[in-house]
Design a protein around this ligand. Structure first.
Ligand SMILES: Cc1ncc(COP(=O)(O)O)c(C=O)c1O
Length: 469
């Protein structure tokens, strides 16, 4: 493309400049001004045109390459991806704890728990003490808003805007005790008893439990290397009109860790619109992206009016023991969720919420996230290197771009392997744990974040000597 791109930047866009540029490009793609296969100007030319630093344009391109909007052709340039669904182009898509059994004594690959040793406990304890002693709490140590403490809803709204590109009105946020409660409330508000929610399979069994407890039936839709199979979802929708909602983990699919690309995201939004579905997006471990920038959630792009309930958690950033999750939902879903919450739990834990608001506002949580990302990235790299060294030919994996777990595919029975490793002191989570009816993938979800370097080395060594048969 020789002529200038003439991007229309959103006036008053707050947040990083490169995201504003990335947004302007996706807007032009979805509007049809930039067609699949169109060549983009080089970073130097676009930087000159926009009067910004070349690195800023480079970061915008990287973001869009990661999300699948663009593709790079070595030595030729950067192009709009070819595989974006045409149907969406004219429209603007705006932007286990597996089981109650205790693991055997010894080592465990969890399903992706963070390292409790990294929790910023002193800062949290100080903030909690301040919240308890604050005049505000003493004066109003009473019942409050079922949606949660206003200071935390405001702090979370700011955090979601800068970290996830999601414009969250604090009034549309509901703080919950972990995202588990948010998942239950979401389906209870969105579905009538007997209606069906489609879920990824393999997927997250605790979400299925929440949905069933809320009165819904759960239907599995297969997942492949690109995340949820949209063609299979469409076939299921055509077969069963009782499917009224879809639950997805697009950032790092649970348990396989893959990221859903731009084309499927658009197809999913289009299907949701066409069938009038509620989407429940679980953005459970977005803080951890080791390659490129985090991919923005569906909630940052969902068309106006689409009932999308965005669910998040602090369990991966802090600790699953600190019960703090949240949901962002449009009206009237949000009010229905808040009413149901008030009926069983009245409200959340006001001093804990105030303390977390302070950690977010003061930047402690951001600093902790940066540190945790460095530590976990090194652990991921070590695990990958050791698996490559000791299990080549017996198991295979794709390096996860983010998240706290690695999906290891194996030859033969993963259950037999897990059994043998368990006897040798290493608890593993085989594919059978993640399916509704099967077939179970011959694979393991290896949550590595809670293991230090020595433990990772020992765990891989046990894994290697437990190979069955
Ligand atoms: C897919 C998924 N969603 C959400 C969560 C967090 O749940 P909670 O916030 O209830 O601790 C987890 C934790 O393991 C998870 O794996």
């Amino acid at each position: 493309m020789r002529e200038p791109l003439a991007l229309e930047m959103e006036p008053g866009h707050d947040g990083p400049l490169f995201l504003a540029i990335a947004e302007a490009i996706t807007r032009d793609i979805t509007r049809g001004r930039l067609k699949p296969g169109a060549r983009l100007p080089g970073t130097r030319a676009l930087a000159r045109e926009l009067g910004v630093h070349r690195n800023t344009v480079d970061a915008a391109y990287q973001e869009l390459l990661t999300q699948g909007w663009l593709q790079a052709e070595p030595a030729r340039g950067t192009y709009v991806a070819q595989d974006l669904p045409q149907g969406m182009m004219a429209r603007r898509p705006v932007p286990a704890p597996m089981d109650p059994e205790a693991p055997p004594a010894g080592l465990a690959f969890t399903d992706g728990a963070p390292d409790p040793k990294l929790v910023p406990d002193k800062a949290l304890a100080r903030a909690f003490r301040r919240a308890l002693l604050s005049p505000a709490f003493r004066a109003g140590a009473d019942y409050g808003d079922a949606r949660g403490t206003s200071s935390l809803r405001q702090a979370l709204a700011g955090y979601l805007a800068t970290d996830r590109g999601v414009l969250a009105e604090p009034s549309r946020l509901l703080i919950t005790r972990g995202s588990q409660m948010a998942l239950f409330l979401a389906v209870r508000a969105a579905l009538s008893p007997g209606e069906v929610i489609a879920v990824e399979e393999p997927g997250y069994p605790l979400a299925w439990e929440a949905f069933r407890a809320a009165g819904a039936e759960v239907r599995g839709v297969p997942v492949d290397g690109g995340g949820l199979r949209i063609d299979e979802l469409e076939a299921a929708l055509a077969r069963d009109p009782r499917i009224r909602a879809v639950y997805v983990t697009p950032h790092h699919q649970y348990p396989t860790t893959v990221t859903m690309g731009a084309a499927r995201r658009l197809q999913l939004l289009e299907l949701a619109q066409r069938y009038g579905l509620t989407l429940i997006e679980d953005d459970y471990d977005h803080e951890y992206r080791f390659e490129g920038r985090p991919v923005l959630p569906l909630a940052a792009r969902a068309p106006e009016g689409l009932p999308l309930i965005y669910v998040g958690s602090l369990s991966k950033l802090l600790s699953p023991g600190i019960r703090l999750g949240y949901a962002l939902a449009p009206e009237p879903l949000l009010t229905r969720m808040a009413e149901a919450r008030a009926a069983i739990d009245r409200q959340g834990d006001a001093p804990l919420e105030a303390a977390l608001a302070e950690l977010i506002r003061d930047g402690d949580l951001g600093r902790h996230a940066r540190k945790a990302r460095r530590v976990y990235r090194a652990r991921r790299d070590l695990l990958a290197a050791l698996l490559g060294e000791h299990l080549a030919g017996r198991a295979a994996f794709d390096l996860p771009a983010g998240g706290l777990a690695l999906w290891l595919r194996c030859e033969g029975s993963a259950e037999d392997w897990a059994e043998a490793a368990g006897q040798a002191g290493l608890a593993l989570l085989p594919g059978t744990r993640f399916v509704l009816k099967g077939p179970a993938p011959q694979a393991f979800r290896l949550g590595f974040a809670a293991l230090d370097e020595g433990q990772i080395a020992r765990a891989v060594e046990i894994l290697a000597r437990s190979v069955p048969g």
